[in-house]
Design a binder for this molecule. Structure first.
Ligand code: CA
Length: 234
């Protein structure tokens, strides 16, 4: 795809300038909105490819902006918030945000998140996207119609829950899924016990999936928030 257009929603001028300068240096196109109302307007009128959204805006709650955008669009939304606001990040992810950046962040982090999101976007737009019946990522292959997964051409011996978990993460590659989102999808509820079980299943899944479970290649842990499947380096 062509260089995507990014909508930067941030009321803090120095942070906004840091983001736009970085985008400009890397030849991304961008639009800026210092307020939530401008963000909604620009998101609907210009249909940007990616949104960077500060959660603490003067006129609107960032989570409400996500809900509004999600009512008509799947455009990737990367939330920006302070470290102390984990609860807000979780709410934002559950409302449909794709990823988050924690303030203060480095230019490298910003660009890395953007690259992951753009890759996910082109994956979604290509024929090998979420609707394809075979998923491949590095040495991992999932045949959704046959209901089995392979690692390095060898069938993985997964329990039904592990398989469900792997598919859920794979179908959302590049996106951070919260504990609540995952347990709702796997067990249809989200009790404290389910989140504890999720951790256990994640350990057993990683043992089967990752060459070095302590340094995972496929599934990232976001402490206190959730998990994300990433594209494995070739
Ligand atoms: Ca702010």
């Amino acid at each position: 795809m062509n260089k995507p257009t990014i909508l930067v929603v941030e009321d803090d001028t120095p942070v906004r300038n840091l983001i736009t300068t970085t985008l400009k240096t890397h030849e991304y196109k961008y639009l800026t909105a210092p307020k939530g109302s401008d963000a909604i307007l620009l998101a609907s009128s210009h249909n940007p490819d990616v949104v960077f959204l500060d959660l603490g805006l003067p006129d609107m709650d960032g989570v409400d902006i996500i809900r509004q955008i999600r009512s008509w669009s799947n455009m990737p939304i990367i939330v920006i918030s302070a470290r102390s606001e984990d609860e807000d990040k979780i709410q934002a992810l559950d409302a449909g945000a794709d990823d988050y950046l924690t303030k203060p962040f480095s230019v490298e982090e910003l660009l890395a998140r953007l690259r992951v999101t753009v890759r996910r976007l082109s994956l979604m737009n290509s024929d090998n996207g979420a609707d394809s019946s075979v998923y491949t990522n590095g040495k991992l292959k999932i045949d959704y119609s046959a209901g089995c997964a392979f690692l390095d051409e060898e069938e993985m011996k997964l329990t039904p829950i592990e398989y469900k978990l792997l598919c859920l993460l794979a179908k959302n590659t590049g996106k951070v899924l919260t504990h609540t989102y995952i347990t709702q999808n796997i067990w249809g509820r989200s009790w404290d016990n389910d989140i504890a079980s999720l951790r256990v299943f994640m350990v057993t899944l990683r043992k089967k999936l990752e060459a070095i479970p302590g340094s995972p290649q496929y599934i990232q842990t976001h402490i206190g928030i959730g998990y994300r499947m990433v594209k494995a380096e070739p």
